[in-house]
Design a binder for this molecule. Structure first.
Ligand SMILES: [Zn+2]
Ligand SMILES: [Zn+2]
Length: 142
């Protein structure tokens, strides 16, 4: 094997960083991809990340946006995480008792994770989210 020079390696790292910006990583699912892009770039009120995902990974999923809309993400990418998908329950912090700043016993409700674990990956061409996500259940908002 040829030894790789530091510069070459640095260039490759830079290149990788640039190309990971808008491209789903290998096997990365729709939900993880869109969540990652929203974190990075924010929502612009459109489905730009969902459509980008479809174009690069699942070009045959022509009904994707219509399907997302039907599931509650009617107008933009971030709605996908308000109305459609949420981090899987197993990733949430457990409800627990704690002592608050006034020295009182308090009860912490389960909370979604601050950062999502790496994508569990999905089949190429699929627009289903991986095991890190589950459908938002309407019953939570009763
Ligand atoms: Zn939005
Ligand atoms: Zn995923």
């Amino acid at each position: 094997m040829e030894p790789t020079s530091i510069t070459e390696r640095a260039e490759r790292i830079l290149h990788d960083a640039a190309s990971t910006l808008m491209t789903p990583t290998a096997g990365e699912c729709l939900a993880c991809f869109v969540a990652r892009q929203l974190d990075e770039f924010g929502c612009d009120g459109t489905h730009r990340f969902a459509s980008h995902y479809r174009d690069s990974v699942a070009p045959r999923a022509t009904a994707l946006l219509a399907r997302l809309s039907a599931m509650g993400a009617c107008c933009c990418d971030c709605e996908m995480f308000m109305n459609t998908y949420q981090p899987a329950t197993r990733l949430w912090t457990q409800a627990h008792e704690f002592v608050d700043s006034d020295d009182c016993d308090a009860w912490a409700e389960p909370a979604p994770p601050d950062t999502m674990p790496p994508c569990e990956t999905t089949r190429r061409g699929s627009t289903q989210p991986c095991a890190n996500w589950e459908r938002v259940s309407r019953s939570r908002y009763r």
